[in-house]
Design a protein around this ligand. Structure first.
Ligand code: COA
Length: 251
């Protein structure tokens, strides 16, 4: 079974992270599968909305730390085309995606498992969702355009505190902050995401596309993502990051 299950039903594509025993930490193969799904959805007029969700107790524990270790040399290679790496291809696809994106989040959401939510148009969270941004604690910098998107959503002070102080934010707090639309019981999560998508696909696709385009500036966002990415790659070899990853890998 693939680590991302892609299904399409009556105009809605669902991309379900399916690596629950690793808390759906994202591997290169998973980024590629997500990119392929988004690319397919963008090109197919019959697909009107996309849901990103996850199997198991947790949404996503961030980037796979074993992959970080394996690709360290490539991340550091200044001559490499980093835009072509699976993670950046995914970030580009989600940044430029013009159709409505819905996320359904449960349990732990860490790192890119949170920052990808900032690219979604509607987010529903189970009442057990816990969101964390451990980048600074790991000696890294926030990514996926979150240094632009998060303060724009919740204000500088709250964004900085979340990023720098590394608090874990529960579902209700995330809703109060405005990064989650609705908090529901865990067993209602899929149904509520589906209901949201059904409402959206009744709307005019061009109205939705124009509205989303007016609300976002993907070109500017992509430039921020590339700038964050350049620093993130350098920070991967900071002593703090290396120590944190070595400790995780040695457990
Ligand atoms: N990369 C690779 N594997 C990961 C992972 C990640 N980001 N997060 C969790 N896993 C794996 C663990 O290695 C473990 O695998 P194992 O059972 O084969 O040993 C499994 O998922 C379960 O994780 P575990 O740490 O035992 O669960 P927990 O409930 O004690 O802790 C977290 C959950 C999310 C707090 C913890 O896994 C964690 O801190 N993960 C790393 C998060 C992170 O820093 N992501 C990168 C941000 S840039």
């Amino acid at each position: 079974m693939s680590d991302v299950i892609t299904t399409t039903d009556t105009g809605v594509m669902t991309l379900r992270l399916n690596r629950p025993n690793k808390k759906n930490a994202l591997t290169k193969a998973m980024y590629t599968a997500l990119t392929n799904g988004l690319t397919l959805a963008a090109a197919d007029d019959d697909i009107r909305a996309v849901i990103i969700c996850a199997e198991g107790a947790d949404f996503c524990a961030g980037n796979d730390i074993f992959d970080f270790a394996q690709d360290l040399a490539l991340f550091q290679d200044e001559t490499a085309d980093h835009d072509d790496m699976p993670v950046f291809r995914f970030l580009k696809a989600i940044t430029f995606f013009e159709k409505p994106l819905i996320a359904a989040v449960q349990g732990q959401a860490v790192g890119v498992g949170v920052t990808l939510l900032l690219h979604c148009d509607l987010v529903v969270a189970a009442d057990d969702a816990r969101l964390s941004l451990p980048f600074l604690k790991l000696g890294l910098v926030p990514e996926a355009g979150s240094t632009l998107l998060l303060p724009a959503r919740i204000g500088h002070q709250r964004a900085f505190a979340w990023m720098a102080l590394g608090e874990v934010i529960g579902a209700e707090t995330a809703k109060d902050l405005g990064i989650v639309n609705a908090v529901v019981a865990r067993d209602a999560l899929d149904d509520v995401a589906r209901q949201m998508s059904e409402k959206l696909i009744r709307l005019s696709p061009s109205s939705l596309r124009h509205t989303k385009a007016f609300m976002r500036d993907p070109e500017a966002l992509w430039q921020v993502i590339r700038q964050e990415g350049a620093v993130f790659r350098k920070q991967l070899i900071s002593p703090q990051a290396q120590a944190a990853f070595a400790a995780f890998l040695a457990r």
